[in-house]
Design a binder for this molecule. Structure first.
Ligand code: UDP
Length: 370
């Protein structure tokens, strides 16, 4: 008999399993995929750690989380500074002095601010939607070239029909700082995320290719408590209906050249290019293998944003009122469970960054083990 059956070997499940094991509990981890790591899984392709379920760049301001993961991996010095490609014109992201210089030829912060001030005049009063919010942050030129097309592809909706908060997380800087994240700590685990998860799960029993929901009687009879990190609506057989997600489709290509775009991420911000961005995975590790030798080939992923339907991989929870209300109904049910803990992005229907996932599971562990 196990003390805990952990369903899902992603970041949440793995950290929970580690902490429970350290406390002396007997733990079994199962996963329906044939690999560990959930969506942060990386696999080696042509010597490159390929982020199979989308690019993951670890960043945090939480020292406890940073120190925690550093027990299991060493992070490299990768800093995310994406480039925007608008019909062949390249711009630096997030919006900073390099962007403003390229857009308007302005040289000083004062000139850039004056340009934005002049352009945002068209928005009177509180911004009512993403379009108005964007124009009042950076002006119409940047909105048209770097925001409108990308956002409409990403969300499948008109910028006038999207909430303004989505764009507020993008920094606007009047300095030459093109570090995308305002984070104290940032990097990619050397050797890949899969290696980090392997280290977290070291010595813990894991069975892959097992779908908990297909045989829950059997699994429930094997453990006193369940930690469930799958979709909460699936746990309840979608009895109130399915929660919605945005999904992403990847078109991956190995190219027989050493350098395709010279950067890990290039966003295609026009409307006509069907993909939202291209990730070139080798640049997360500076184009080298673990011995520091340059890699001869490259692997790229074109990302296409799509509306999710049942059976697709869920990626981004849709945080609108309809889905929020539906989630609450499932949450009420889940709170009545005595022996099941729901956790992680799918279990809590929350758009967690990786650091928030770790913070949340460590909090949960404190609650249940102390
Ligand atoms: N965004 C944009 N142009 C870009 C990058 C981002 O207009 O080149 C907008 C877009 O609306 C996006 C939002 O900024 O949804 C937040 O971007 P972020 O990169 O934080 O999104 P993530 O993919 O991390 O959720």
């Amino acid at each position: 008999m196990y003390d805990y059956l952990v369903v899902g070997s992603g970041l949440y499940g793995s950290v929970f399993a580690r902490e429970a094991t350290n406390k002396g509990y007997k733990v079994l981890v199962i996963d329906k995929r044939n690999h560990i790591g959930g969506n942060i899984y990386t696999e080696k392709v042509e010597g490159i750690n390929f982020h199979k379920y989308g690019a993951h760049i670890f960043h945090t301001n939480i020292k406890e989380v940073w120190d925690y993961l550093n027990q299991f991996c060493t992070f490299n010095r990768f800093t995310n500074s994406p480039v925007a490609n608008y019909k062949g014109e390249l711009y630096s992201l997030p919006f900073n002095m390099y962007t403003f210089n390229k857009m308007w030829g302005v040289v000083t912060p004062q000139e850039a601010m004056a340009k934005i001030e002049e352009q945002k005049g068209e928005i009177k009063g509180e911004p009512q939607n993403l379009e108005e919010q964007a124009i009042s942050l950076v002006g119409r030129d940047i909105y048209e070239k770097l925001i409108k097309g990308y956002t409409e592809k990403q969300w499948g909706r008109d910028c006038k029909d999207l909430p303004s908060f989505i764009i507020k997380r993008l920094p606007v800087r009047f300095t030459f700082d093109n570090n995308y994240f305002n984070a104290l700590y940032q990097g990619i685990p050397i050797g890949g995320y899969t290696k980090m998860i392997e280290n977290i799960l070291d010595g813990i029993e894991v069975i892959l290719g097992q779908d908990y929901l297909k045989d829950r009687e059997k699994w429930n009879s094997m453990a006193k408590k369940i930690v469930y990190t799958g979709p909460i609506d699936a746990f309840y057989d979608y009895k109130f209906g399915a929660l919605e997600y945005r999904s992403v489709r990847f078109e991956n290509e190995v190219l027989d050249i050493p350098n395709f775009q010279g950067n890990a991420a290039v966003n295609y911000t026009d409307r006509e290019t069907p993909w939202t961005r291209i990730i070139e995975h080798k640049w997360f590790e500076f184009g080298n293998d673990e011995q520091g030798n340059p890699l001869p080939k490259t692997i790229i992923s074109r990302e296409y944003s799509s509306e999710w339907k049942l059976g697709d991989e869920p990626y981004y929870p849709v945080n609108d009122n309809k889905n929020g209300a539906l989630f609450l109904k499932y949450k009420e049910l889940s709170q009545q469970e005595k022996n099941v803990i729901f956790g992680g992005r799918l279990g809590e229907y929350k758009y967690y960054d990786m650091d928030a996932t770790v913070a949340s599971v460590l909090d949960k562990c404190k609650e249940v083990f102390e």
